[in-house]
Structures are given as C-alpha cells and as structure tokens.
Design a protein around this ligand. Sequence first.
Ligand code: PHE
Length: 337
Amino acid sequence: MINKIQELIKEVEAFSSKQLEEIDQFRIKFLSKKNGIVTELFKEFKNIPKEEKKEFGQVLNILKNKVQDKVEFLKLNAEESDDTKIKLDLSLPGDTDYQGTRHPISIIRNEIIEIFARLGFTISEGPEIEDDYHVFSALNFPEEHPARDMQDTFFIERNPDVLLRTHTSSVQVRVMDNQKPPIRTISPGRVFRNEAISARAHCIFHQIEGLYIDKNVSFADLKQTLLYFAKELFGEHTQIRLRPSYFPFTEPSAEVDISCSLCGGKGCNVCKYTGWLEILGCGMVDPNVLETNGINSEEYTGFAFGMGIERIAMLKYGIKDLRLFFENDVRFLRQFQ
Ligand code: PHE
C-alpha cells in the first residue's frame, strides 16, 4: 500500500501542464470528494494494520500536499484557454488618453483678452470678496441705489461692509488707487448677484470690464475700440449700435448692440427679430469717479465698458441655457476645443 502511494507521489511530481482544463482534471482525479484517489486512500485508513497506520498517514498526507501544491503552482503558470484569452489585435490604433478641454468661458475670456491686448490693454485682477467702497461708493453709486439692496448684492450677515463684488469695476477702482494715468486695463473675473437661477440668469457669472484713462480720450475712441472688438470677435461684417443708457459711474452711458451674428441682421428668434443683440454697457468715466479716485478730471478723461462672458459665449456658440456653463457635464464641455 505504501509503495503504491510512493508511486503516486512520483506521478504527481512528474505531472505538468499549461492547460487549465488539464490541471483541473488532475485535481479532480486526486482530490475529488467523491472518488478522488486521495479521498479513497483515506477511506482505506481503517483497514491498515495498526503498526503501519502512522507511516501510511504520513505518506498519504505528503501525497495530498504535493497534489495541492502542484495544482496551485501549475495554475499560476497556466495559459488562459482560447476562449478566455484576451484577443490581442496589434493592428488596432492605440488608446489615446482623453485630454481635457478648456471650459467655453475660458476660451471666450482668452479670446477677448487677446483682442484688447492687441490694443495695449493690460490685465488686472482683484478680490471677489470686496467692500462697499470699491464696489459702490468709489463708483458714484448714490446711497439709495437699488444695486446696493440686499436683493441684488450678497452681503455678509455680520458685517454689511463686506460683500461679494457685483461687477469687476471694483478692480478698476483698485487700479486707479495704485496707478497714475495713462491707464489702459481690462479686468476679467467672477461676479455675484442675488438672482434666481434660470436659463438666462445665474447668481455667479463672469465679466470683463475695461478702463482707459488718458488725456483727450473721447467718445469716438470708445466707439472705435468697441467696433474693432466686435469685428474681431464676431467677424468682419459685424456692425455696432449704441443706445443711450444710465450707469452711475459713466456719463454719458450707452448699451452696445451688435448686428445679429446668426441672421446677419435680417431678424431671427435669437435676436427676437430685431437684427440686434445687446452685448455690453459702456460710457465716459464720470468726472466724479475720476476725482474720487484722485485723478484730475480737468486734465484726464476716460471710457469704461463691461460685458458678461457667458452672454457672449452663448451668442458665439448658440447655447440657449446659461446653467450649462456651471454644471460641468463632460458631454457638454468636450465639445469645445
Ligand atoms: N459695471 C457694469 C455692470 O456690471 C458694466 C459697465 C462697465 C457699464 C463700465 C458701463 C461702463 O453691469
């Protein structure tokens, strides 16, 4: 009997295979609970004479361990059988890593910055959390102006002098604080207004505001700058139209429309059949603002303008819902390069 087991041990030692199926058959042959060789031999144990029991048990355990080790070892080295093997097709194009794209707001912001950079405008930035002085007082907002109202501006509850800027004109106040004219700068950045979120409005959006102060800056300079900007951004055929308006910090003030880039001015549902699209506010810097900021209004004049980047991006890309810019759905973002 023991000799038989020794023979089996040799058989196990000699066995080798790279096929998972064969290895499994080998395991079943020896270890199957039903009628595996090892299982059957253990059943013999009771028939073995007493004096041989010890040796029999030891050799049988060796056999069992050898089978287990062998199966484990062979499995590690086994090749996957044909149907589980991953079929490698080396002629397929490689997997390229998906590269991120710029956010449409960044793309348009950069385009606008580039256009004004060509005209010699520098970029200035400032804090999003501001105080009343930089957002309102220094810009000639009367005390009772509705923009100062809780309904429009986010204030910090404990200190009404701390607020989230509602426009980046506040940055220009800081520029006037620190620089002497000539000043030619644009300030891009996030702004905050207490508005209900809808397809056309959001409580956070992005602006670019411009300021130009020098001797003899005129309304004609403003118009020409904006016409150049509109043509660069929306195409050579773009026209602009100025409508009188009111801002506390500019006098005179105007809203600027561009000829509808979609219908070319013929009238469509985007321009509401007017042929024109409103894109920005502008005006000549109010002498009060110059004086408040330490600039002699007898010597210097200036113009300012401000626009919402989302609005321009919506017009350029034909996007109908402003909320898409903030949801960061990659299916949306991926479309912009
Ligand atoms: N600051 C204005 C706004 O946020 C825009 C503007 C800037 C208008 C400069 C005129 C001149 O709406």
